[in-house]
Every structure is written in structure tokens, then in C-alpha cells.
Design a protein around this ligand. Structure first.
Ligand SMILES: Cc1cc2nc3c(=O)[nH]c(=O)nc-3n(C[C@H](O)[C@H](O)[C@H](O)COP(=O)(O)O)c2cc1C
Length: 272
């Protein structure tokens, strides 16, 4: 991808589109890229590209969009984390081509999108996104929505990343420039209602990722929306490491560090 730092820092959710379809070239690039996406959990995410008019699809928070992408996963443990990881890869790639997206997990008529995606028993379609070119000016409803969730603000790294346990925030000087830049990419990840529920505890070269759970984000249709957020954070971190030329592994092996009752261990990234 062109310049990862620029793509991640420059990306914003787009809810107001200019009414054009994707060009055939862009459509080809994005569908070809989607077919190559994998995630560390080896859980397949099947992407579907759907025309708004053809399937009668819309969302009350969007305007001017002509097409969508949805994703389908098996209802298995970690499918929400895997979905977050894989779908975010597509979101970042789209932005690198000048194509706008916005993660939508709530504000759409879910049953219409599930039907259009051909959802079958034992599977779920956690989120969707429009795909299109941003309009020159945001609709008023989008401006208000961004204000409501403080979409342009993020917690500093010291509020979500810790050294050894939760008592000591990770200070920038504790890690190399490469890791600092990768953590900055995590910082700017999108999340549902901009909650940024990722927490990271560093132990040497291991970065343990946790979900800080809020009430009301879990359902049978979506899985756990905040686990999707952790998948997104993992995607940003590992893409950042790759961008810095660092090798890593992702494993699931709870280090049994004492954490708060509302925190759940998700996965560990070990930098080689
Ligand atoms: C899993 C997930 C679900 C989301 N669901 C919605 C949604 O239903 N409606 C919406 O307008 N935005 C939704 N968003 C977008 C967030 O509000 C947005 O990413 C966040 O406010 C940060 O803004 P930014 O993406 O412009 O950086 C969702 C984001 C994520 C990651």
C-alpha cells in the first residue's frame, strides 16, 4: 500500500458520497484485493459487493452511495476478531485508491443486507460499508454524527498501552521508533461509537491485546462488536510492523496477567 502512515492518519469515515458508481478499474482492483485478504486466525471472511439499486439497500446515515461491500463469517469463536482484521484491510486499501468507506454495524436495515448477501444458517454478516467517492461537502447529519462521537479525537497511547501490568502506562521512550509508529497506527483505528476499547500490555517483545468491554455491544447477529474493534486494532498494529520491516507472530495464549474484571484477553503479537 502506498504510504501506510498517510493512509491510516488520513482516513476518515465517509457517509456523504458524490453519487457516482466506482469506476470499472477501481471495482476490479478492490474485488481482486478482497480475494487475497487473510487474517491471523485463519477464519475465512467472504466479501460480497452489492449494488444499492439492484437490492434496494440504504442506510439512514448515508447519502449518495451506489454500492456496498458486506462480509460473511462462520459463527465460530474469534470470527468477530477475524472479521475486524480482514474488513479493515479492505477499508485501508479502498482509502489508498481514494475510495471512501464507513463501518456500519448498527445504522442500517440489517435484514435487507443479510438477505442480499445470501446469508445462510450458521453464518453472520457483522457489518457492511458503502464504497464510493466522497462528496465535496459532508451532509449536515454526518457533521452532527462526527461531533456526537468526537470522531476526530483519540486517546493518547499512554491511556491504552501499559508496561508489564495495568499500573504502569507505556511511555514513548520505553519502545523503539518502529513500535511507537505502529502504536500510533493503533491509536487512529476506527471503532464502534469511537470507544477505542483496545488495551495492550507489553511484556518484552510481546504485546498482549485485550478488549475493555462496555455493555450492549454483543448480539447473536453481530457477535461482539468490540471484538471487531480489537481485530481492527490488531490489523493496524501488524500492518505497522510489516511497514517497519519487522517480523511477528500472532498467537492466542493468555499470559494470566491481572487485569480489570471488564477486560478480556484476545491475542498476543510477538515481535521477532
Ligand atoms: C465495528 C464498527 C461499527 C460501526 N458502526 C457504525 C454505524 O452503525 N453507523 C455509523 O454511522 N458509524 C459506525 N461506525 C463508524 C464509527 O463511528 C467511526 O469509525 C468512529 O466514529 C471514528 O471516526 P473515523 O472512522 O472517521 O475515524 C462503526 C465503526 C466500527 C469500527
Amino acid at each position: 500500500m502506498a504510504d501506510l502512515q498517510q493512509v491510516v492518519m488520513g482516513r476518515k469515515s465517509v457517509r456523504t458520497y458524490d453519487g457516482r458508481n466506482l469506476t470499472p478499474e477501481d471495482k476490479a482492483k478492490i474485488t481482486e484485493y478482497a480475494a487475497t485478504i487473510t487474517n491471523p486466525f485463519d477464519i475465512d471472511v467472504e466479501f460480497r459487493f452489492l449494488g444499492a439499486a439492484e437490492y434496494g439497500l440504504s442506510s439512514p446515515v448515508l447519502s449518495g452511495e451506489k454500492e456496498y461491500v458486506t462480509g460473511i463469517v462462520d459463527k465460530v469463536p474469534y470470527s468477530d476478531v477475524a472479521f475486524g482484521y480482514s474488513f479493515e484491510k479492505l477499508v485501508l486499501y479502498a482509502w489508498s485508491l481514494g475510495i471512501g468507506t464507513v463501518w456500519i454495524g448498527g445504522t442500517m436495515k440489517r435484514s435487507d443486507f443479510e438477505k442480499a448477501s445470501g446469508l445462510t444458517e450458521g453464518k453472520r454478516m457483522p457489518c457492511i460499508s458503502p464504497l464510493g467517492y466522497p462528496a465535496a461537502k459532508r451532509a449536515v447529519k454526518e457533521v452532527l454524527m462526527r461531533k456526537g462521537v468526537k470522531a476526530d479525537v483519540r486517546k493518547p497511547v499512554t491511556e491504552f498501552c501499559f508496561e508489564g501490568d495495568l499500573t504502569k502506562p507505556l511511555e514513548p521512550q520505553d519502545v523503539s521508533g518502529s513500535i511507537r509508529r505502529a502504536l500510533e497506527l493503533v491509536r487512529w483505528a476506527p471503532s464502534a461509537v469511537n470507544k477505542q476499547p483496545w488495551r495492550i500490555i507489553r511484556d518484552g517483545e510481546k504485546y498482549h491485546f485485550y478488549e475493555k468491554k462496555d455493555v450492549g455491544y454483543t448480539s447473536d447477529e453481530v457477535g461482539d462488536m468490540q471484538k471487531i474493534d480489537i481485530g481492527i486494532a490488531l490489523c493496524h498494529f501488524t500492518m505497522g510492523l510489516e511497514d517497519e520491516g519487522l517480523e511477528y507472530t500472532v498467537t492466542i495464549n493468555d499470559p494470566a496477567i491481572e487485569v480489570n474484571a471488564n477486560m478480556e484477553y484476545i491475542a498476543t503479537v510477538e515481535v521477532q
